[in-house]
Write a protein that binds this ligand. Structure first.
Ligand code: DOR
Ligand code: ZN
Length: 360
């Protein structure tokens, strides 16, 4: 008999599900189905897809679309806007899973480079829900200055360099309220892989040197890294192969099998895999999944990442052809089986906003 591992309430706190004005790339229906196929209970959507999630009407529009379409539980971030949307926080923060501040350029229009503007957002954001930041290189130090001053929990997304990991290791030792996320693509790919991946290897932060990748694995080994997040960012193959390819790669269906590969190669233990994909995000976002919310995964037999088996609307992966370990057999949410290893078993709209607790 095959041994199945039980993981309680897997969370991906960093996905770009698109829909709305970018429904040609992907939809909440298609990408929450991909999330279930990837083993996830809950996904948290980023605010950079147009219309950017910075105002009350944009929040209402996203919320209604997710409510109607999602097959897994969900949350969404409010985007910090350059022009100032702090006055909206009292109304929109209670619905969201956190604030996202883009401090370096990437896909979309959200970008704040002015430290004084960043500070206004830090001041205004209510305590209790994390501030997630896109911060690279010395921008990490600029954000740490705000964390030191305001003591609001800050999640550093997709950390990709040795310098950043070392800086954040020191910041944790200092006792700052921070957490650290890394992506599977920065753990498994390096800049040299762009030779064979072409523009499918383009994302922000960019792929780095082997020494940087090794520093991320060291951060996983010593606990500096809290979360492995996919930064699932689907773009159509046509867009990726155009003369102006957008940044981003999909990852919802490949993250668990790639971390299963890390277990198989003895880089991490099974317990650490569960921390990185479920328990640490539950702690950071203060989420307690129902006892009957869990994933059963077969970690022992090898599997191949193949384009034809992916559910994400974009239909490609930078990891195609890799031999991985971690076949999702069953996903259960609140006592209902939602995925059986092949098919989605619930209708669109089954998923709930996981940040709204019963009675709130
Ligand atoms: O590569 C990326 N793609 N990095 C980001 O920060 C945004 C994302 C997207 O939305 O395409
Ligand atoms: Zn992202």
């Amino acid at each position: 008999m095959t041994n199945l591992l039980r993981i309680p309430g897997m969370i991906d706190p960093h996905v770009h599900m698109r829909d709305l004005e970018w429904a040609h790339k992907a939809t909440f229906a298609s990408e929450t189905a991909a999330a279930l196929a990837g083993g996830y209970w809950m996904v948290m959507d980023m605010p950079n897809t147009p219309p950017v999630t910075t105002t009350r009407p944009a929040v209402e529009q996203k919320r209604a679309a997710m409510q109607a379409q999602a097959v897994c539980d969900w949350g969404f971030y409010i985007g910090a806007s350059q022009d100032g949307n702090e006055a909206e926080y009292p109304y929109i923060a209670p619905l969201a899973c956190g604030l996202k501040i883009y401090n370096n350029a990437t896909t979309g229009t959200l970008l704040i480079e002015d430290q004084a503007v960043r500070e206004r957002h830090y001041q205004a954001w209510p305590h209790g829900k994390p501030i997630a930041v896109h911060a690279e290189d010395e921008t990490v130090d600029e954000i740490l200055a705000l964390v030191r001053q305001y003591r609001k929990h800050t999640h550093f997304c997709h950390i990709s360099t040795q310098y950043e990991i070392e800086t954040l290791r020191a910041a944790k030792a200092e006792g700052l309220p921070i957490s650290v996320g890394v992506t599977p693509h920065h753990l498994y790919l390096v800049e040299d892989d762009i030779k064979h991946l072409g523009t499918l290897g383009h994302m922000k932060p960019t792929l780095k040197r082997p020494a940087d990748r090794d520093a991320l694995w060291a951060g996983i080994a010593d606990g500096v890294v809290d979360v492995v997040e996919s930064d699932h960012a689907p773009h159509t193959l046509e867009e990726k192969q155009s003369s102006k390819p957008p940044y981003g790669v999909p990852g919802l269906e490949t993250t668990l099998p790639l971390m299963g590969l890390a277990v198989h190669e003895k880089r991490i233990t099974v317990e650490r895999l569960i921390d990185l994909l479920a328990l640490n995000a539950q702690r950071i976002w203060r989420l307690t999944p129902d006892a009957a919310t869990y994933t059963l995964v077969e970690l022992e037999s090898p599997d191949l990442i193949e384009r034809s088996r992916l559910r994400s609307r974009c239909g490609w992966s930078p990891f195609e052809g890799m031999k991985v370990y971690g076949k999702v057999r069953e996903v259960w949410i609140r006592g209902t089986q939602v995925y059986d290893g092949e098919a989605i078993l619930v209708a669109q709209g089954f998923g709930r906003n996981g940040m709204i607790r019963d009675g709130e």
